[in-house]
Structure formats: C-alpha cells, structure tokens
Design a protein around this ligand. Structure first.
Ligand SMILES: O=C(O)CCC(=O)C(=O)O
Length: 292
C-alpha cells in the first residue's frame, strides 16, 4: 500500500485549519488503508476490548458514585463506549497505520513541516446503543507538549452521522487563549488533579457557540488543533457501531512540556526536558522533508 494521500491538500483546507481549528479532508485516505485499519481494530476488539475491563466503564461508575452526571443522548444504554490509549503499542497493524499510512504526509503538508513526529494514538469505539457522549474538551490539557502544530487526525472506519457519534467542534476556540481543565471524557466533571478553567456547559447551550458537527465517510479525515474544543454525540443507533482511530502528530514548532495537571497516562518522555524538540525515540519521526 502506498503512503500518499488520494489527492493534495488544498490551500483552502490549510486556511480552514488555521482559522477554525478544524478541517474535514474529504476522501484523502485510500480505502485499502481504511479497510486495513478496520481489520486491525476488529482484531483488537476481540483480543483486548471484549476481554479486558473497560476503563471508561470504571470511570463512569466512579463519576456516578461521586454524584456527577454522565452525558448521554439516550435514557438507556445497550452497548459500551471503549476508549483504548496507545493501541499501536499492542497492535502492529495500528502502528503501521499511524506510521506508514498517508497520515504523516498529510500532517507534513498541513503544517508545512520539515519533520513530523508521532505523539499519541487512541481508539474510540462506540457500540450501537451506547448513548454516551464524548464531553467537550480540549486535548492540550491532556498532552505533555506546547506549541501550535499539534493536531489530532481522526479517522472513522464506519459511516458516521449524529445518530452514531458525530464529532462536533467549537470553531475558532483554538484561538481563545484559554486553558481548560481535563475532564472525565463522558462527563463535565474534571479529572482529579486537573489544572485549568472549568469548561463551560457547552452541551446545554450549543446555540451560544459556533459548533460544527461533521458526518463522515470512510476515506475522510477530520483534523483538529489540540486547543480546539470538541466532543461527540452518543451512539443511539440500533445497529451501527462508530469506530474511530485518532493519531496525534507534532510539527516543527512543538516542544516538550511536562504539563501540570496532565493525566498520569499522558505520553511523557524519559529523555526530554521542557523546551526540547519532540524529536526523540519516545516520539519517533514519521516523516522528514527530503534533503534538497
Ligand atoms: O471519538 C470521540 O468521540 C472522541 C475523539 C476525541 O476526543 C479526539 O480524537 O481527540
């Protein structure tokens, strides 16, 4: 499989990411890569998600026990919402997708970077009927880095609409210069030890914000800046899973920063100090500009 996108990134797409903090790249991923990713995710679902304790479920129970609300689009729940951190550490297929698919080249093109480094990956699997929303949040508060060129590349292997878990973004929020506290992901409740402002109640006041929700088709990639507030709807469909893989890449201006309040599991480095370039074995380079 080749690592080139289906088409070049346009100036309008680069400009949208800068201005809005989010852009949807329609049909940039070859479908053979999407099929490859889907198979890798399905294997992981069988080998790990279905057999391990689901950390999101544990977090949900702890949040409810503390008297806090879980955000859901459905009064009843018949499926689970799985979040798996760093799945590429256990799945060679997901690692290959994060490192060798067209995504790193797309990142280089969007950032106009000399070097693109891998930072972190996550798998998000909303089973049919798992009504839980992903609460609006800002990735920056979970990440041990600083700078502008850090984006999430979100790839769904299923058709996505609001009924099974569409991603929503507060346009322009990456420019607000506000640092929000990390939350419990399915609740507005802050994570213990989180640092930053409480995120406003966006879910109950969506009309007050410039929010854009995206339907998505296999082959599309949603890219958002790590400062952009975003969340997703619950999966209230009867039979459509919503399975996605998110990979974070950094560009030239990003520096390591051990962020106060970042959750314990946030990728961190044994070798880098605050202010160092991200170029280290912990965060391998996945794309380099060819020497002239
Ligand atoms: O897929 C989701 O619901 C959440 C994804 C997300 O927050 C992210 O990729 O940063």
């Amino acid at each position: 499989m080749i690592n080139a996108p289906m088409r070049p990134i346009t100036n309008a797409e680069r400009a949208a990411l800068k201005a809005d903090g989010v852009v949807q790249l329609k049909q940039v991923l070859p479908l053979e890569w999407v099929d490859f990713l889907r198979q890798g995710m399905e294997q992981l679902y069988t080998s790990h998600l279905q057999t391990e304790e689901n950390p999101m479920e544990r977090l949900t129970q702890a949040t409810l026990a503390a008297g806090n609300e879980i955000l859901s689009d459905s009064p009843t729940t018949s499926g689970q919402f799985f979040v798996k951190n760093s799945p590429s550490q256990i799945s060679s297929d997901l690692r290959r997708f994060a490192f060798d698919s067209p995504l790193p080249m797309i990142a280089a093109d969007l950032y106009d970077a000399d070097v693109v480094n891998f930072y972190f990956d996550q798998l998000f699997w909303k089973e049919a009927g798992s009504g839980k929303r992903t609460a609006f949040h800002q990735d920056e508060s979970y990440f041990n880095c600083t700078g502008d060129q850090c984006c999430t590349f979100w790839v769904a292997v299923d058709p996505v609409t609001k009924a099974n878990g569409a991603m929503g973004y507060v346009r322009g929020s990456h420019l607000w210069q506000r640092q929000f506290a990390a939350n419990v992901f399915v609740s507005q409740q802050q994570l213990p030890g989180a640092v930053g402002e409480q995120i406003p109640d966006i879910e109950a006041n969506e009309a007050d914000y410039d929010i854009v929700y995206y339907d998505s088709e296999p082959g599309d990639v949603l890219v958002h800046n790590y400062r952009t507030l975003h969340g997703s709807t619950g999966n209230v469909s009867a039979d459509r899973p919503r399975r996605s893989f998110a990979v974070r890449y950094t560009g030239d201006d990003v520096r390591y920063y051990q962020r106060p309040g970042a959750p314990e599991g946030a990728p961190s480095s044994q070798t880098l100090n605050d202010g160092d370039r991200m170029d280290a074995p912990d965060f391998p380079a996945v794309w380099r500009r060819a020497e002239a």
